[in-house]
Design a binder for this molecule. Sequence first.
Ligand SMILES: O=C([O-])CC(=O)C(=O)O
Ligand SMILES: [Mg+2]
Length: 259
Amino acid sequence: MSYNYLKAARKIVCIGRNYAAHIKELNNSTPKQPFFFLKPSSSIVTPMSSSLTKTMRPANSSYNGLNEDGTNPGPIFIPRGVKVHHEIELALIVNKYLSNVTEMKPEEVYDSISGVALALDLTARNVQDEAKKKGLPWTISKGFDTFMPISTMVPRERLSIYRSNLQNIFRVKCSVNGKLRQDGSTDLMLHPLHKILQHISTMISLEPGDIILTGTPAGVGELKPGDNVHCELLQNNDKLIDMKFECENRPGPYEFKET
Ligand SMILES: O=C([O-])CC(=O)C(=O)O
Ligand SMILES: [Mg+2]
């Protein structure tokens, strides 16, 4: 399994509020239609253990492109004054153009992806709370450097016996400093995978390599410098992915101030 697929990501599209228990824990309302936001590809970071060659970044920079093998090994950077929340999510890697799809069946998800991965949709919750209150975009709250830690891709062929319906076979978990915080099964999604792909394609056409984050289950919580994060993707009871990150203070001049 490799990180090469990350080099082809032209956009990262994320669904919000796709699990009822997560909507409740943040006192949000359930949207009538699914809604989406983008993350920049500069938010990609991969586990330190993923490469022997540490990313060589110029002093004080927090992103300087992916390595030749698609990796960007490093820590999660916590910007000053920012309350960073972990949101563990299943990622789909699109393998074709999908545009204005009127109907998609569950079995068509397998044909539309090259594989799946495990990602964190890191969120600057205090930045997002202010944006919600003031009607401002979520761009910064979701898009800081290192705000999308992501795993190798599990090629779809490994899941071929479930090709008629991938919806209910995954479970995502996130532990911080050894304590389990999130543990959710993908059968709890309000909008299933085939609906997510179909719906996005009616507004923003999907391209090969695009990454789709499918929403987070309950249990989101804060990450602080020094924390160790452990994320797992299971297919029924088989572990597909195990990834670990450390959290550090972000270099550079940014500090959260009220807009
Ligand atoms: O920030 C949020 O609460 C929305 C979101 O990404 C999710 O539900 O996964
Ligand atoms: Mg999310």
